[in-house]
Design a protein around this ligand. Structure first.
Ligand SMILES: Cc1cc2nc3c(=O)[nH]c(=O)nc-3n(C[C@H](O)[C@H](O)[C@H](O)COP(=O)(O)OP(=O)(O)OC[C@H]3O[C@@H](n4cnc5c(N)ncnc54)[C@H](O)[C@@H]3O)c2cc1C
Length: 384
């Protein structure tokens, strides 16, 4: 029998987060989103709520076993209040699930700090010359007696400007494509590291930036996971994060449609509330429908992951379509608000700019469609 119900524990957690999103996040979202300061104070509150440790080891303060559906519920619910902060559990899940393969010293140093919301660690894969074609990365890790010297540049990195360290993907000299790529933990205050901000059209508090490395010493103990296997590990984790990011965008869109519905009931033109005109009510109905469809696509991808079933294709569907659905719904909500939808005094324009990031971040729509079509047509049929 098919069930679309969440279990009791999930529902309780969702209700707590919904309350937090509406009362604590939503009222100051616009101000926070307009600043380049990372909101550590609110981040710590997310830690206290247990949001930052979903699926991470209990000994470091996490919830234990991987729980993809709970992660999706958390990001969707928090995004109603603040889409930028809602990305934190996904980002931490992605990074910390790799740090668990580090040494005991690394785990103890970073995992509790991230799970409690005291510190951030970035993930640095993209380079000026390689984004979608991630395995073309050029950053080199030259082996020396007590570790490696890393040289290269990472770009478009979330949390670069507020993180204490980054997971950096670098290759063995002379290697090519995914072979020879390893994951290293690089302290961002190490000699030879330069972090530069890259202001974007949204997501400002996330501290987007580039990380330049010039012969940066990385000790042997800061290799994360197996030498030469770094690329495969990170790709597996992207299957996990993509559907949660889709739900996050939908949470922001849901808040926008709710605001549009309230406004449509209040605002009058030609002697009637605008919600009585089908030109206003039908877009609300249409976007509510798209949101519902996209939402269950994401939860199905997360459920398949939880069941240990193949989900790569569904994860990609959940990454390319829901952000588009969300962006279009926010645009419709802006239009329903007339001039106020365009006003910087209202959160709608801010959500639009913040959600736009996810059309690119974590793999563009085109790259997701390549993954899906590869499965439909068979790997050999699609040119790389
Ligand atoms: C807000 C934001 C946050 C980010 N955070 C991080 C982060 O924390 N860490 C990190 O490592 N990276 C991060 N990124 C980088 C992101 O992952 C890359 O921007 C993304 O993978 C695309 O790479 P690119 O920008 O180099 O574009 P390109 O790869 O140069 O692509 C340019 C265009 O060509 C299209 N294209 C490329 N190849 C193909 C193809 N084979 N078929 C069809 N179309 C194709 C793309 O879809 C895109 O439209 C972030 C990006 C953004 C916008």
């Amino acid at each position: 029998m098919v069930s679309f119900a969440f279990d009791e524990e999930h529902e309780e957690f969702r209700a707590t987060l919904a309350d937090f999103a509406r009362k604590e996040l939503l009222p100051n979202y616009r101000e926070r989103a307009a600043s380049t300061e990372f909101p550590f104070e609110v981040f710590r509150k997310l830690g206290e709520l247990g949001v930052l440790g979903i699926g991470l080891p209990e000994e470091y303060g996490g919830t234990g076993d991987e729980d993809p559906v709970l992660l999706g519920l958390a990001t969707e619910t928090l995004a109603y209040g603040d889409v930028n902060l809602a990305s934190a559990p996904v980002q931490i899940g992605l990074i910390a699930s790799q740090l668990v393969h580090g040494t005991k010293e690394v785990r103890e140093r970073y995992l509790p700090a991230m799970i409690e919301g005291r510190e951030t660690v970035a993930i640095a894969l993209t380079e000026p010359g390689s984004g979608s074609d991630a395995s073309a990365l050029a950053t080199v890790a030259r082996p020396i007696d007590d570790g490696w010297l890393l040289s290269g540049e990472k770009t478009a990195i979330t949390w670069a400007c507020n993180a204490s360290a980054a997971l950096v993907y670098a290759r063995e000299p002379g290697s090519s494509r995914s072979k020879g790529v390893s994951c290293f933990l690089v302290s961002l205050d190490a000699p030879g590291v330069t972090v530069s901000p890259m202001p974007g059209m949204g997501c400002l508090p996330l501290g987007w930036g580039s990380i330049h490395m010039d012969e940066v010493h990385v000790p042997t103990e800061h290799l994360i996971g197996e030498l030469g296997r770094g690329f495969h590990t990170v790709m597996d984790h992207f299957d996990f994060s993509r559907a949660a990011l889709g739900l996050m965008c939908l949470g922001a869109a849901r808040a926008s449609l709710d605001e549009a519905a309230t406004y449509a009931n209040q605002r009058e033109t030609f002697g009637r509330p605008i919600g009585e005109y089908q030109g206003v009510s039908f877009p609300l109905a249409e976007h509510a429908t798209y949101l519902e469809a996209a939402r269950w696509l994401c939860y199905r991808a997360l459920w398949l992951r939880a069941e240990g079933k193949p989900h790569t294709s569904l994860a990609s569907m959940s990454k390319w379509w829901p952000p588009v659905v969300a962006k279009d719904a926010i645009e419709a909500a802006m239009k329903i608000h007339g001039n106020l939808g365009y006003s910087a005094e209202f959160p709608l324009q801010q959500r639009f700019r913040d959600v736009m990031a996810y059309l690119v971040a974590d793999g563009t729509s085109e790259i997701q469609k390549r993954i899906i079509s590869r499965e439909i047509l068979g790997r050999e049929s699609v040119a790389f």
